[in-house]
Each structure stands twice: as structure tokens, then as C-alpha cells.
Design a protein around this ligand. Structure first.
Ligand code: COA
Length: 325
């Protein structure tokens, strides 16, 4: 049986130049390198310069991904950009990137699922490609979380960073088996009853302000491992595979302890997990494509490898995307 598949043909990423270490954070709030490292695995994060916007980060990552893919802007049918920190309330940051790239056809829109945003965006783009409504897609995760942090709240401001990552998807024919190259399965979930666990206390229709990130970290932690390991299992079951067959897990980078506990629950060896949290902190929708770009650039992820991406974020939202590289 022939089946349209979305092949991942290129990756790119961008991190702002400014690096802020844990010791520098300790000058801003009452914290320490020891506390942050032990509780989260984070050592440093990148912070966007004054005036550097989410669309700027997204542009750098996108041109990098298009170059890696050898795909011209004119070939793109669609852009899906995952962000919770858009340049403006509207229009979508994706349309700003579209204009800056010089893409004058096709369509572009944002997806908002906070830290799960990239996985949601991959699922959306994959479905457009599968039904034949598009052949080539640019999928971006880009965030400037530094703009929505409460820099006086030590329990949240030490956890996040800015960055962007992007991939190019191209439709190709597969034979419908788990040996096909491309996205094999995506699964998404949301539970809006958990809104108060992780949210921003502002917005155009509520306070007419941008607001700041608020989080009950312990509650998020408690749900993360269960939700993530179950959605990973669902994605694998869709194509009759098990976690033992995974070459790589590329998780959302929220907390090293969550990554390790999820891998343990899946009986996956820690060497199979791509970890960037020490250098990037939590970059929300950008974390998975940033980690993907790192692991493809350094040669860990190779053609034919079975790669599982997963994420959980505010909402709660969570999801997974299984792909053969
Ligand atoms: N530096 C030093 N101490 C800090 C601190 C910081 N940056 N932040 C919090 N603390 C203190 C707290 O005030 C508390 O002190 P107390 O016991 O005197 O009240 C103590 O450390 C323990 O805080 P707690 O929140 O219970 O710590 P924790 O072990 O749950 O770790 C997180 C906190 C945020 C690291 C952890 O809950 C977490 O990672 N949760 C998931 C968050 C996440 O993944 N979010 C994104 C999802 S997309």
C-alpha cells in the first residue's frame, strides 16, 4: 500500500548571542548554581538582545534549515510556526517570517501549544502533507520567553531561555510500513482543566497586558512523566514498535530529572536521549528542534534512525511525533 509520508529533509537552529550563566542568575535573584544544577540540570541559557524578536530568531533558524535541506523558498507551500511569545498579538509571527523569507505564495500560521508547540506543529504540517494539500512545509519553534518571565520570581525565571529551531518537511511516497522514511505517527493531547498549573497572567482579552509566566512546578513535574511516557507508548503502538527499537528520543528540555525519569519508565538507556538543557534551559516550543539540529549536526542522528520527539506544556498539552530519519 503506497502512502504519503512527510520526510524531514533539513534542520536548522539559532540561539541569541548573549549567554547568562547560573552564577549571573544568582546576582538577579536569591539562587545558586548548585540549586539550579541539582534541581534542573540547567547551567546556562541564551537571552535575546534588546529589540531581538521571536521572528528574528525564527528567520535565522529557517534559513539554516532551508540551506540544510537544499530547498528554495519558492518551493515552500506552508509555514507553521509554534510560539507562545509572538512578536505581536496579530498577525501570526509565521506571516512575518514568510515576508522576510520572500515567500509570496502558500500559507502561514502560528500554532500555540506552549512547550508542546513544536510537536503540535509537526502533527499539523504532517496532516497537510499526508492529504496532499501541501508538498513542502517549513515547521518552526521559536520563543523569547525572557520577555514573559517575572525576573523577581526565582522559582520560574531560572528555568527558561530564548531560541529557535526549524525543520523542512517534504512529501514522499512510502509503502505504509514502519520502515518508511518520514513521520510515522503523531499523537496529541490536551487537558484544559490544568490551566492554573502553568499559565501567563495576562493577555489581550483579559488584562490588556502581556503578563508573566506563573507555574506550580511540583504539579507540572508530577504529571509530566506519566503523560509523556503514555503518549510515547501510543505513538509506538500505532506502528507496532516498542521503545526498545528507538534509536533516539528527542524530548522537550524542561528538567533533566523529567527526561531521566521518562527514559527510565520507557526502559530506554540514557545514552539514547538527546539532552541540551544544560546549555539552553527550557526554550519552550524551540527546545525539540534545537535538540534535533544539534544531534543531526554532530552526526548522532543518522539516516534510517528511529527518532521519537515528545513534549508537554501549559494547558496542559502534550504529544509525541515518531519519525524514521
Ligand atoms: N533557587 C533556590 N531555591 C529555590 C529556587 C531557586 N531558583 N526556586 C525555588 N526554590 C526553593 C523554594 O522556595 C523551596 O524553598 P522552601 O522549601 O524553603 O519553601 C525549595 O526551593 C523547594 O522548592 P520546590 O518548588 O518544591 O522545588 P522542586 O524540587 O519541585 O523543584 C522545579 C522546582 C521548578 C525545578 C521543579 O518543580 C520542576 O522542574 N517542575 C517542572 C517544571 C517544568 O517542567 N515546567 C515546564 C513545563 S513545560
Amino acid at each position: 500500500m503506497t502512502l504519503r509520508r512527510s520526510q524531514i529533509v533539513g534542520c536548522g537552529s539559532y540561539l541569541p548571542a548573549r549567554v547568562v550563566t547560573n552564577d549571573e542568575m544568582a546576582k538577579i535573584v536569591d539562587t545558586s548554581d548548585e540549586w539550579i544544577t541539582a534541581r534542573t540540570g540547567i547551567k546556562r541559557r541564551h537571552i535575546a538582545a534588546d529589540g531581538e524578536k521571536t521572528s528574528d530568531l525564527a528567520m535565522h533558524a529557517s534559513t539554516d534549515a532551508l540551506m540544510d535541506a537544499g530547498v528554495a523558498v519558492g518551493e515552500l507551500d506552508m509555514i507553521v510556526l509554534a510560539t507562545a511569545t509572538p512578536d505581536e498579538t496579530f498577525p501570526a509571527t509565521a506571516t512575518l517570517v514568510q515576508a522576510q523569507l520572500g515567500m509570496t505564495r502558500g500559507f502561514a500560521f502560528d500554532v500555540q501549544a506552549v512547550c508542546s508547540g513544536f510537536v503540535y506543529a509537526m502533527a499539523v504540517a504532517d496532516n497537510f502533507l499526508r492529504v496532499g494539500q501541501a508538498d513542502t512545509a517549513l515547521v518552526i519553534g521559536a520563543e523569547t520567553f525572557s520577555r514573559i518571565l517575572d525576573w523577581s520570581d526565582r522559582s520560574t525565571c531560572v528555568l527558561f531561555g530564548d531560541g529557535a529551531g526549524a525543520v523542512v518537511l517534504k512529501s514522499a511516497e512510502g509503502n505504509g510500513t514502519a520502515e518508511d522514511r518520514g513521520i510515522l505517527s503523531t499523537r496529541l493531547h490536551a487537558d484544559g482543566r490544568k490551566h492554573d498549573m502553568l499559565y501567563v497572567d495576562g493577555g489581550p482579552s483579559s488584562t490588556q497586558t502581556t503578563g508573566h509566566l506563573r507555574m506550580f512546578g511540583k504539579e507540572v513535574f508530577r504529571h509530566a512523566v506519566t503523560n509523556l511516557s503514555s503518549v510515547v507508548d501510543e505513538t509506538l503502538e500505532d506502528v507496532g514498535l516498542t521503545a526498545s527499537e528507538l534509536d533516539w528520543m528527542v524530548p522537550h528540555q524542561a528538567n533533566r530529572r523529567i527526561l531521566e525519569a521518562t527514559a527510565k519508565k520507557l526502559k530506554l538507556s540514557p545514552e539514547r536521549v538527546i539532552v541540551t538543557i544544560q546549555d539552553h534551559a527550557n526554550t519552550s516550543a524551540a527546545s525539540v528542534p534545537l535538540a534535533l539540529d544539534q544531534a543531526t549536526s554532530d552526526g548522532r542522528i543518522k539516516r534510517g534512525d528511529l527518532v521519537l520527539m515528545e513534549a508537554m506544556g501549559g494547558g496542559f498539552t502534550w504529544g509525541a511525533c515518531l519519525a524514521r530519519w
